[in-house]
Write a protein that binds this ligand. Structure first.
Ligand code: HEM
Length: 128
């Protein structure tokens, strides 16, 4: 049984949803991130729940509704700088703390998000 479980099964839908809601609560307050996100993050959080469900091996909820994720292309309208990638990961790390994620589930998930976040960078930091 255990061996066939996906990371989505191990984490559980309830925890994943709590993680994402907590994450966007932090994004909304982050000075580097809030300006590039919509004021109302309800729809963003809904899509992220769909996306991260399939990213973790659960049902393909995102693709069923929106088609191929093409994540980098979908981020092109938004200036994702190295600073913003660090901020995004910092909010995620704090959200993982707040929902009490620990151990390999957390470490493996965070490592994948780290790599995906680097891949989303599409704009250099200006100045400094
Ligand atoms: C959408 C920023 C990394 C998954 C968005 C949006 C912004 C954004 C501004 C548009 C929100 C909206 O209009 O609703 C960033 C920044 C990142 C980052 C600054 C820093 C690296 C990631 C990562 C993932 C991800 C690592 C997945 C692991 C998504 C998804 C959407 C999205 C699924 C919704 C796409 C759609 O419209 O269908 N992101 N993002 N993002 N992001 Fe990111």
């Amino acid at each position: 049984i255990e061996d066939n479980m996906t990371p989505f099964d191990r984490l559980g839908e309830e925890t994943l949803h709590r993680l994402i809601d907590t994450f966007y609560g932090l994004v909304a307050q982050h000075p580097d991130l809030a300006p590039i996100f919509p004021k109302d993050l309800t729809e963003t959080a809904r899509k992220q729940k769909q996306f991260l469900t399939q990213y973790l091996g659960g049902p393909p909820l995102y693709t069923d509704e929106h088609g191929h994720p093409m994540l980098r292309a979908r981020h092109m309208p938004h200036p994702v700088t190295p600073t913003r990638a660090r901020a995004w990961l910092s909010c995620m790390n704090q959200a993982m703390d707040k929902v009490g994620m620990t151990g390999p589930i957390r470490d493996d998930f965070y490592s994948r998000l780290y790599l995906t976040a680097q891949h989303m960078i599409n704009t250099p930091d200006l100045g400094e």
